[in-house]
Design a protein around this ligand. Structure first.
Ligand SMILES: [Fe+2]
Ligand SMILES: [Fe+2]
Length: 222
């Protein structure tokens, strides 16, 4: 019995093995080296970024998403975090980012949107889907695709995050529930965290929540 279980685990692991083309390997090596240099003064942020990249790659393999794009988006998702909060605010204003409220109130969601506007010219070899995933990793969006969901979830559960009951629960759901459900749990958990901490909730989050909730209810009816 134990032997059988061991074999099943080996099989599952083998399925999760990833292989990249030589071109993809070159790109990933460049991204890793660039992010390592860019976040050199923020070692914890760098470790988190590398960990999100690995976690996103693993989730992508489990859920049938492109692991190369997941790894690339994971590496770059917190690029703008090399800058201070006031620099991020200044960049957001320069880029004309308008979220309908004072940007100071929603400063924590800005870095993904900024990176998604700044990085495409630096990495034209990466497709728009990577930049969409980077843009919505903080705020989520009504049009979350599988790559977006993988990055959002990986950001929340990567192993360097402290083992809170909510995060441990999410980790235990990996591979047990659909990617949509995993994202939903992660997204709702994030809202509860904001509310419980008495923090300001970005009004756009309520719209996203309602769009997703309506879609889920519709799907449940079908
Ligand atoms: Fe982030
Ligand atoms: Fe992050």
């Amino acid at each position: 019995m134990a032997k059988k279980k061991g074999k099943a685990r080996e099989k599952a692991k083998a399925r999760l093995k990833v292989s990249y083309s030589p071109e993809q390997q070159v790109i990933l090596a460049r991204l890793t080296s660039d992010v390592t240099e860019h976040l050199a003064d923020k070692p914890r942020r760098l470790a988190h970024s590398l960990s999100v990249a690995k976690t996103a790659e693993r989730l992508a393999l489990m859920y049938g998403v492109d692991p190369f794009l997941a790894r690339a988006a994971g590496l770059l998702h917190d690029w703008e975090k090399a800058c201070s909060a006031s620099e991020q605010l200044a960049h957001a204003r320069e880029l004309g980012i308008d979220l309908g409220v004072e940007l100071e109130l929603v400063h924590s969601v800005l870095h993904g949107m900024i990176a998604a506007r700044v990085l495409p010219s630096r990495y034209p070899e990466l497709p728009p889907s990577v930049w969409h995933a980077v843009a919505v990793h903080t705020s989520a969006a009504a049009d979350m695709g599988p790559l977006d969901e993988v990055i959002f979830v990986a950001d929340g559960i990567e192993p360097l995050r402290p083992d809170t009951p909510g995060i441990e629960r999410l980790r235990s759901l990996v591979g047990e529930v659909s990617l949509d459900d995993l994202f939903w749990e992660s997204f709702v958990g994030g809202i509860i965290y904001v509310l419980e901490g008495g923090r300001y909730l970005y009004p756009g989050t309520i719209d996203v929540y309602n769009s997703l909730a309506a879609r889920r209810a519709e799907r449940a009816r079908d």
